[in-house]
Every structure is written in structure tokens, then in C-alpha cells.
Design a protein around this ligand. Structure first.
Ligand code: BDP
Length: 713
């Protein structure tokens, strides 16, 4: 053998030996469903207890549940699993063997499951049973996740069921494939080629959602076009519904309130007009003919210029109930958004949703859910919980979170939102005494409501990695998990996600989860510390804009929210100010109003204070603000260092992408800090605390930075 051949041969052999040790290149497309081989040290034990998958009844969902299990186990443990055991899946109805086991399944409901390991004459037998096929599918994903996260599966008795009934993604996707507030490419719905071309991604999408328990998708933007409700678009939606159905995902549509005029040939959309009511009834019938399990309508009405019942002197309840009557006979629901603030209303914008909806408590039809954003302004990096939670005991009230990061740096900033959502869900409304958490409103326990809803504004687009960044996948994942169980721990969810998406190696998950858990607080610090809010660039919402003033409406400006002047800063929402606090239950209102009790994270949301106000650190407010801005920047620096150390555990492609994004985030965190400090310093004229670097540019230079082509508008 010539020496060069020998060398090449040795290299090849070494390469083959080392190949399994070197993480292979990945682009994130597989999400948390990668099913990479379990390391040899753990695989043996799994193989002994995980057996062959028994045949299932011939239904679409059971067949794909079985295929998913086979696919997952083959990836994780290889084709040969010779422990001699067996895995049995199905429902008592479809499987006599499962029926014979008489497993208690009542509490599994329509979508939950029971996983139990039994010994069948000495052979390990794992049973994944449910009342419905889709429950079995959920059980399969859970079972695989146990192995993906390296938990034991040899002695299981696990029952789980979703605590929230409607767990929905809201796509703000337009018919031209642009996505409002989307930072992950175009819409994944190729409306133009639908219904003929069925992109395999539609199935992948449904699969990913089913794996985290999401059971519905509103396909189109809340700023809706009536065209979505015309026959050609109903056919397109029906094709998507067909792709999603085996995964237990239903399709919903945003409905434009003025559709009777635009596509129905009527002169009015007055909800009490018989012709209008007939239009919606016929429209609902038409949709259900094409999509028998259509979920219902989502409506943004009399909000930000959208048409609604108030255009005819009618109420939100009139509008919602009319639509509810149209879809009700088919089992559909109406999700009516409470995100409203009117043009005429000069009141504090934070108060308007409550003021408009609270009076109608008890007047909405049984199949209407009022969909409320987590906070009273608009998806800011931090907001106190919306005062409507707990305030409408006779109304179905659903939660709306924003998964896409419109106000948290788009897809290039790493911000794990699980912590934000957990903070809101754990907040105590005191609606029925201590312990009346938002989670208990959302899961229906507090007021005994069964039409429960959690909606998340999707961050999904046509990008290969689905969400625009690797770590934004965690927000999609966490949304699904928290919708399933609003009392879940965001840290446990992050750990599962990190293990499944990258590696369960604790040397990775430990630091990675720590980084995720602190990431949203870092954004709060470098963008809007201490309760500041709504300070971003006008319209595109990208980058700092604390100077934004003037224009169409005061409550679209930053100065409206921070109210900074020479003397102080903050929005007084106590009784001396707008009295927004009065919308909360008395103990909550008292705590928010009291400077000695209010959490400093909400300080300037509720109080207008002098710049020299002494904060809990002992520092004057101005110094504390600047220090927090800088702390946010430093936190991103720390995230970069953590990520750099984690390179041995992550494939080069994804590691590199995250590192590049973190570099963008660091640069932009610094920009947020500098521009904000420059602006507020121009107002108060105060020196920076010792050791704090002055902003490198003039305020004018920061103000001049423009983004005419920012995505998502
Ligand atoms: C705001 C977004 C806007 C949405 C609106 C909504 O900037 O694009 O249409 O929310 O939720 O945050 O309707």
C-alpha cells in the first residue's frame, strides 16, 4: 500500500470510529423530535424494558401514533430492541386487550392518556391507553419524551390530561404570505397553491404541535380579510384541516366583522339585523360542510380600526353572541378579543379593556370565550397581569400570549418566554381570596368554567428552523406545555426542551437552562427596566425609541407611557393618577399602590417618582435605572460566554447560528442601553452613576437610526 493510501485509510477508519462522537450538522428543522441515539451507557437498560410495538387498530391516528413510536424508538434505541417486551397502544374500544386490562381512564378525558408498565407472564409490557385515538398519540409523545430526557420507563404509572380545553396557535398570517409580527420568513401556508399543493410541512407542523398538546390553529391574521371566508379560501382551509386532523388539530379562522358587506352584498354588518344574522348562519353552514370539525371564529372587533358591533351602536356581547349562534349548532366557538382601546377614549389605555368588557360579564353566550392578552397594554417584556383575569366570573375567559417576539428583540434575541408566562400565570388575582391565581382562571377551576382557552400568537414561518432562531423553538414548545398545564414549571419545561433539542447531557442542560431562565429578565433590563413599557421604535417596534412623541395618537407614543420630565418618571396608575389599580381586587390594588409593597419590577408601571427616589438598593432611582440597563447588557455578555463553553455539546451549525445571534443581541442590548440612557439623561440632566460609561453617540444620532424595511409590519 502506498503511504498516501495508508494515510487515507487510517483517516477513514478514524473517521468512522469517531463519527458517533462528533455531533452531526443540524439546522434545527427537526425541532425537539430528533430522536438521536441514546448513549451506550443508558441504551441497554432502555432496550430491556422497551419492547416491540404491537399492531394497532386501523384508524388514521392510531396508525400514525404507532409509526411515530416506531420512528422514535428506532432513532433512540435502534431497530433491535430484544428485551422481549411489548408496547401496547390503543383505546378500550379499539383494542380488546386494552379493554381487558380495565385501566382507570375516566380522568384521562378526551385527550389525556395513561401509561402503565405491567408484567405479562414475566415479559415487560408497557400500555399506552386512552379514551380516544388522539389521547393515545399524546401518550406516545410523552413516552418518547421520557426516553429523550433520559427518565426511567421500566416502572410507569402515569396519567396525564390537559387542564385547558382549547390550546391554540394564532397565526397572524396574511393571504399574501406575509406575517404580521413574523420574524421567521413567510407564512407556512402557501395560500396560492392550496388546496392542490399540500406541502408536507403541513403534516410536520401538525406533528410538532401534537407532540406538545396543541389542538388548534387559527390560520389567518386577526386583522382579517373577508376573502378568507370566501369559497376558494374555505377550500384551502379545508385542505389544511385534512392534513391536521389525524393529529387532533382543528382549524379556526379569524373573521372580519364587516364580511356581510364585503362578501355578502349587504349594506350593513349590524349584528341585530336579520339579514346579517342569516349571512353568518349560512357562512357557518358553508364552512362546516367543507370542514365538519371546524373549530370556530376568532374576532378582533372595534380595535385598532377593525370594524365591529360598536359601529352600529351595538355591544361586544351582541357581536360575539350573533357569531356564536351561527357556529353553535355545529359545536363551534367564538373567541372574542378583549384587546380594545378606542379612538375617542382619552382614558389610560391600560384601563380600557377592563372598562369595555367588565360590564358585560354574564352576557356572553355559552360558546363565547373572551380572549384576553396577558397584560393590559400590549405584550411588553414585562406587564402586570391583566385586571380582567378574575374580574369576569360569569364569562369564559381565555389567555392570549404572544410567542413571536414583537417587543422582545424579534427572533435574533434569545429570550425564553416560559418565565414570563409562568410569572403571569402564578400571579394572584385575589378574585376569590388568596390563591386565586391567573392559572386557576385560565384552567377554569376558579369560576367552574369548562370552555377554557390558552392562545399563543405563533412564531412559526417558512424558515428551515421554523421559528427564526433555535431558541425561539423553545417558546413554541413552552407555550404548548403551559397550555396543557398552566401550573407547569417553566424551568422543568426548559430542561425538557434543551435535552430533546440539543442533548440530555447535564453538562449541557445545566448551563443552557440557567441561561434560558435568566434571558427574559436580561431583555427587561436592557429595554424597559423597573416597570417602564412601550418604549420601542414606532410601528416596527424594533429597537429603542423612548423619544417617540406626536403623531396620530398619544397612546402610540413612548412619552405617553414613561412621562419623564425634569422632575421624575413613570405612569401614576394609583388613585392619585389614572387609578388603573382600582380595576384589581382590593388586596392587589393596595399592594400595587403602596410604594413599600409594590415589587420594584413594576414600580414605574404604577408610580410616577422623582429621579432621586430612594430604591431598595439604597440608590436613587436614576442610578438604579442606569445600573439595570447596564446589567441587562452584561447578562447578554454572560450568555455569550455560557454558549461559547457549550460548543462541545452542540453541532457546529446550530452552535454557530446561536453564537451569531447572541452577538447581534449583545450589540443591540448595548444600543438599547445607550440610547435610553442618552434620552433620559437629556430630560433629567443628571450625571451617570460612578463607573457607568457615557453613551458613545449623541441622542440625535440614536434618534436618526431608521428601519424602513424591518420585518413583520
Ligand atoms: C399589537 C401589534 C399589532 C396587532 C395587535 C393585536 O403591534 O400588529 O395587530 O397587537 O393584537 O401588539 O391585534
Amino acid at each position: 500500500m502506498r503511504p498516501s493510501h495508508l494515510f487515507r485509510g487510517l483517516c477513514l477508519a478514524a473517521g468512522l470510529l469517531l463519527a458517533p462522537l462528533i455531533a452531526r450538522a443540524e439546522d434545527g428543522h427537526e425541532l425537539w423530535l430528533r430522536y438521536r441515539p441514546v448513549e451506550a451507557s443508558a441504551a441497554g437498560a432502555y432496550r430491556a424494558s422497551v419492547g416491540a410495538v404491537a399492531p394497532v387498530a386501523d384508524t388514521p391516528t392510531l396508525k400514525l401514533a404507532r409509526a411515530e413510536l416506531e420512528r422514535g424508538l428506532a432513532g433512540l434505541l435502534g431497530e433491535r430492541r430484544d428485551g422481549g417486551g411489548e408496547i401496547l397502544l390503543g383505546t378500550p374500544k379499539s383494542s380488546p386487550r386494552i379493554a381487558a386490562l380495565k385501566l382507570p381512564l375516566e380522568t384521562a378525558g378526551d385527550e389525556g392518556f395513561r401509561i402503565r408498565t405491567l408484567a405479562d407472564g414475566g415479559r415487560p409490557l408497557t400500555v399506552i391507553a386512552a379514551n380516544t385515538d388522539v389521547g393515545v398519540l399524546h401518550g406516545v409523545y410523552r413516552y418518547l419524551a421520557l426516553i429523550q430526557t433520559r427518565q426511567a420507563v421500566d416502572r410507569l404509572d402515569l396519567l396525564d390530561a390537559p387542564k385547558v380545553r382549547y390550546r391554540l396557535l394564532n397565526h397572524w398570517d396574511n393571504l399574501d404570505r406575509s406575517v404580521e409580527r413574523g420574524y421567521a420568513g413567510q407564512s407556512i401556508w402557501d395560500w396560492w397553491r392550496l388546496p392542490d399543493v399540500k406541502d408536507p410541512r403541513y403534516v410536520d407542523y401538525a406533528r410538532a404541535n401534537a407532540s406538545i398538546g396543541i389542538n388548534g390553529a387559527v390560520l389567518n391574521n386577526v386583522n382579517a380579510k373577508s376573502d378568507s371566508l370566501t369559497a376558494p379560501y374555505i377550500a384551502k382551509a379545508a385542505a389544511l384541516a385534512d392534513a391536521f386532523r389525524p393529529y387532533g388539530i382543528k382549524v379556526y379562522l379569524s373573521a372580519r366583522f364587516s364580511s356581510p358587506i364585503e362578501i355578502g352584498g349587504l349594506k350593513t354588518a349590524d349584528p341585530l339585523d336579520p339579514a346579517v344574522r342569516a349571512f353568518w348562519k349560512a357562512k357557518a353552514d358553508e364552512i362546516y360542510k367543507a370542514i365538519p370539525d371546524f373549530g370556530g371564529f376568532l374576532v378582533k372587533a372595534n380595535s385598532e380600526g377593525q370594524p365591529g358591533p360598536q359601529d352600529y351602536g351595538r355591544t361586544h356581547a351582541d357581536g360575539a353572541n350573533m357569531l356564536a349562534q351561527a357556529v353553535g349548532p355545529h359545536g363551534g366557538i367564538v373567541m372574542w378579543r378583549a384587546f380594545v382601546y378606542s379612538h375617542e377614549q382619552p382614558d389610560d389605555r391600560a384601563k380600557q379593556g377592563y372598562s369595555e368588557f367588565k360590564p358585560f360579564d354574564g352576557q356572553f353566550a355559552e360558546n363565547v370565550i373572551v380572549q384576553v392578552k396577558n397584560g393590559a397594554i400590549d405584550f411588553q417584556p414585562r406587564e402586570p397581569f391583566h385586571p380582567l383575569f378574575g374580574a369576569m366570573p360569569k364569562t369564559n375567559l381565555g389567555m392570549e400570549f404572544q410567542i413571536t417576539k414583537e417587543y422582545l428583540g424579534f427572533s435574533t434575541h434569545l429570550a425564553y418566554l416560559g418565565t414570563m408566562w409562568e410569572e403571569v400565570l402564578k400571579a394572584d388575582t385575589f378574585a376569590a381570596g388568596r390563591g386565586s391565581t391567573v392559572a386557576k382562571v385560565v384552567d377554569g377551576k376558579l369560576h367552574g368554567c369548562s370552555r377554557t382557552l390558552m392562545a399563543g400568537v405563533a412564531n412559526i414561518g417558512s424558515d428551515r428552523n421554523w421559528s427564526g432562531s433555535q431558541f425561539d423553538q423553545a417558546n413554541w414548545y413552552a407555550f404548548g406545555r403551559l397550555a396543557w398545564d398552566p401550573e407547569a414549571s417553566s424551568e422543568a419545561v426548559a430542561r425538557d426542551w434543551a435535552a430533546m433539542t440539543f442533548t440530555p447531557d447535564r453538562r449541557f442542560t445545566g448551563p443552557a437552562v440557567k441561561m434560558m431562565m435568566g434571558s427574559r429578565e436580561a431583555v427587561v433590563d436592557y429595554m424597559t427596566p423597573m416597570g417602564l413599557h412601550h418604549l420601542m421604535g414606532r410601528s416596527h417596534h424594533y429597537g429603542p425609541g423612548p423619544w417617540v412623541a406626536g403623531g396620530e395618537r398619544a397612546d402610540w407614543t413612548s412619552v405617553y407611557y414613561h412621562k419623564a420630565d425634569k422632575a421624575g418618571i413613570g405612569f401614576d396608575r394609583t388613585a392619585k393618577g389614572s387609578d388603573a389599580v382600582a380595576q384589581y381586587a382590593p388586596p392587589v390594588a393596595a399592594a400595587f399602590s403602596d410604594l413599600s409593597k409594590v415589587d420594584e419590577k413594576d414600580l414605574l408601571w404604577f408610580h410616577h417618582l422623582p429621579w432621586d427616589y430612594r430604591t431598595r438598593s439604597g440608590r436613587p432611582l436614576w442610578d438604579e435605572l442606569v445600573i439595570r440597563y447596564s446589567r441587562g447588557v452584561k447578562a447578554v455578555d454572560g450568555m455569550q460566554a455560557t454558549w461559547s463553553d457549550l460548543s462541545p455539546y452542540v453541532d457546529a451549525e446550530r452552535h454557530g447560528e446561536v453564537a451569531t445571534y447572541l452577538a447581534i443581541q449583545y450589540r443591540e442590548a448595548q444600543w438599547w442601553r445607550d440610547a435610553s440612557v442618552a434620552y433620559f439623561q437629556s430630560i433629567n440632566g443628571l450625571p451617570l452613576p460612578k463607573g457607568e460609561a457615557p453613551p458613545p453617540l449623541s441622542l440625535e444620532a440614536y434618534e436618526a437610526i431608521a428601519f424602513p424595511y424591518a420585518p413583520g409590519i
